[in-house]
Design a binder for this molecule. Sequence first.
Ligand code: OKP
Ligand code: ZN
Length: 346
Amino acid sequence: MRVIYSPLQCRHDGGVEMHRGALLPSFESPARAHTILAALQRGGFEVLPPRDWPESRLLEVHDAEFVEFLRNAYSRWTAGGRDGSMLPSGFPARGLRQDRRPSGIHGALGYYTFDASTPIVAGTWDAAVAAARCALTAAALVAEGDSAAYALCRPPGHHAGRSFFGGYCYLNNAALAAQHLRNHGCARVAVLDVDYHHGNGTQEIFWEREDVLFVSLHATPESEYPYFLGYADERGAGRGEGYTVNLPLPLGTRWHEYRPALDAALDAIARYAPDALVVSLGVDTFEADPISGFKLTEPDYSELGDCLAAARLPTVLVQEGGYAIAEIGANVARVLGAFETNTLRR
Ligand code: OKP
Ligand code: ZN
């Protein structure tokens, strides 16, 4: 399969985040993309740049005023005399108004994000748009006949919703890929999110839709980020009822517990009988991940690739999390390598 990557994504750099009470350099760094790219180049994968999709394509899954906010946020911040990372100072919790978007930049920032881990810096917009273009390009390759494609996206996307950002995510790359497939001949698309964290943004975008099935395997929100979504009783609403499937797992989960949940996820996808699959591929399920609590090991990523290939669907893989810088490249290469081996044997 071909790999889509843009160096513009590295413009999102130098941010800080609130982590367990301390302000730290962002775990989500350009080095993540560099180590994945290097591993895939060593593995012989062909790497292409994204196509120059118009920014209007973002509006297929995002709200126009939200996109406008992201585009202009950092220049409003610097116009106020500030530099460094843009982080929020307050959120509209219970008892506060959800229906007013403050005109000032600090209030607007708290309105549009849901955590203090997702800094906006000078290059964030350019990088997020480049990542979105990578995802759209991978989806286009699959829509045009490639059996699979991999978008090396960063910043990631699955926590970003129609009109909110957070969890290191600004624009929802996987949702854009799924919508592209919907627009180009796929009546039904499944999104399988195997990142360690629940893909709350993707869930929100497709919550009331029956044409996109969202299935997620993740650490239980009882004890893990994003804390307020991702429980098993969330199943979609309206026409989308039954088309969201959450499989939360306990901290400490190993492959022998992960695998049956993955099989259940793939069974749900097989029953849906989609025309294409989008995989939100986080490798922060790895035992050495610095911010996560699952215990997957290196060979487990090859098995993951085998399982994904066994779905026998045109597949767009979109990079999400994974923060063990030294190992994420090899782990992504294991997933893609196993996927390809199985595809070639067809
Ligand atoms: C993004 B993705 C606080 C710890 C958690 C947000 C984690 C976002 C993960 N600094 N912060 O799903 O890998
Ligand atoms: Zn994650």
